[in-house]
Design a protein around this ligand. Structure first.
Ligand code: GLU
Length: 374
């Protein structure tokens, strides 16, 4: 890829806690100003900028003077409630230096789980961007519990990029990108500049790295990157402290690791399937079905299903995996789990016979299916 070949109009900049604190226990305002300066430059060139900012919990903890609270969800919620205001005060102040207005959006998974709410959230982003207001997003940590949260801002930023139809997701962290091995233990480790395929080798290379205060390690970043590139979005993972990193990534220059989007951008409904609802069950398929889905763009028929895991209803999102347990696709199932168990392996014409009714030949219709395998 050459810098001339890219133009990213809409960019999501994800700033991890480690970037905002610089590894210290509190937010580093000088760094935040520098990151704002770069965002502002792009903004004034006409780009749409969306900031996904972590750091609420770290800011809350610091603002309260590091009290010793039990390590519970509610303590985190308390820190987030205090810290979210701190962090927004700073973003508001720093962007104001450059004459830019910001708006806060706090999301949880529950806010995008159903398609209507997803579209409502999308409208809010569109309205802000149309009025040249920079949305600053975080998970709504003050009320988020395990069941309703996305859980990490890497996946949250990929979700937001998908929701807003961004062209670039820039994930800034405290590491220069993805390496062939862990650079802290292996001096021969090399930065991977460009990724076209996320496979097992790459996943193994990403394994085991984590960044002190934040939540997501490289494996989490890889899963977020995978979602985004299947939604037609390029992703760059790079170090926040790299000089002019936001500007360089936006120009398509070589910085960090760039994940190249799959060519086709799925239609809106498929993007929602990708980003919105959390899969509630697993459908294991055989090799024939795997090829039909991934290579020929077909629907999933009951005949190709080997096993069902979990309990789900018709219309729920399920993840489709092969027998080696690689995720192949996600989709909205036409049959609930108990029906699917009865028709797994059956020919489509046997569905009515086995169940006494039918919702159609397909277990998951290709219109309700998004491929996640490369
Ligand atoms: N939402 C969390 C916070 O603002 C951060 C989650 C993450 O870094 O992945 O503190």
């Amino acid at each position: 890829m050459t810098p001339e070949s890219v133009h990213y109009k809409r960019i999501v900049v994800k700033l991890g806690t480690s970037v905002l604190t610089g590894g210290a226990r509190q937010l580093d305002r000088a760094r935040m100003v520098e990151l704002t300066r770069q965002c502002a430059e792009l903004y004034h060139q006409g780009h749409d900028i969306i900031v996904c900012s972590s750091g609420a919990i770290a800011a809350g903890r610091a603002h309260l003077g590091f009290p010793k609270l039990p390590p519970t969800i509610v303590s985190k919620q308390l820190f987030a409630a205090v810290g979210q205001i701190r962090i927004m005060l700073m973003w508001e102040h720093f962007f104001d230096i450059y004459g830019i207005r910001v708006g806060q959006i706090l999301l949880t998974r529950a806010d995008v789980e159903n398609r209507q709410r997803y579209l409502n959230a999308r409208d809010t982003f569109s309205a802000l961007l149309e009025h040249r207001i920079v949305p600053v997003v975080n998970e709504n940590d003050a009320v988020a519990t395990e069941e309703i949260k996305v859980g990490d801002n890497d996946n949250l930023s990929a979700l937001v990029a998908t929701l807003c139809s961004a062209e670039l997701l820039l994930i800034l962290t405290d590491q220069p990108g993805l390496f062939t091995a862990d650079p802290r233990v292996d001096p021969a480790a090399q930065l991977i500049p460009e990724v076209h395929r996320i496979d097992e080798v790459l996943r193994a290379q990403a394994g085991g790295t984590s960044t002190g205060l934040g939540v997501g390690g490289m494996v989490t970043k890889l899963s977020a990157a995978n979602m985004a590139r299947h939604a037609g979005i390029d992703v760059v993972i790079a170090a926040g402290q790299e000089p002019n990193v936001i500007l360089r990534a936006a120009r398509g220059e070589a910085v960090g690791t760039r994940f190249v989007a799959l060519e086709s951008r799925p239609e809106s409904r498929k993007r929602w399937i990708l980003a919105g609802p959390k899969p509630v069950g697993i459908v294991v398929v055989d090799d024939g079905a795997m090829k039909a889905l991934c290579e020929r763009g077909r629907s999933l028929l009951p005949a190709g299903i080997v096993e069902i895991e979990g309990k789900f209803e018709r219309g729920d999102t399920v993840t489709i995996i092969d027998q080696q347990r690689h995720e192949l696709a996600r989709g909205l199932t036409a049959y609930g789990s108990s029906d699917l168990r009865q028709i797994a392996g059956a020919k489509s014409h046997e569905i009515a016979e086995r169940l006494g009714y039918t919702y159609g030949d397909e277990a998951i219709h290709r219109n309700n299916l998004v491929i996640l395998a490369d």
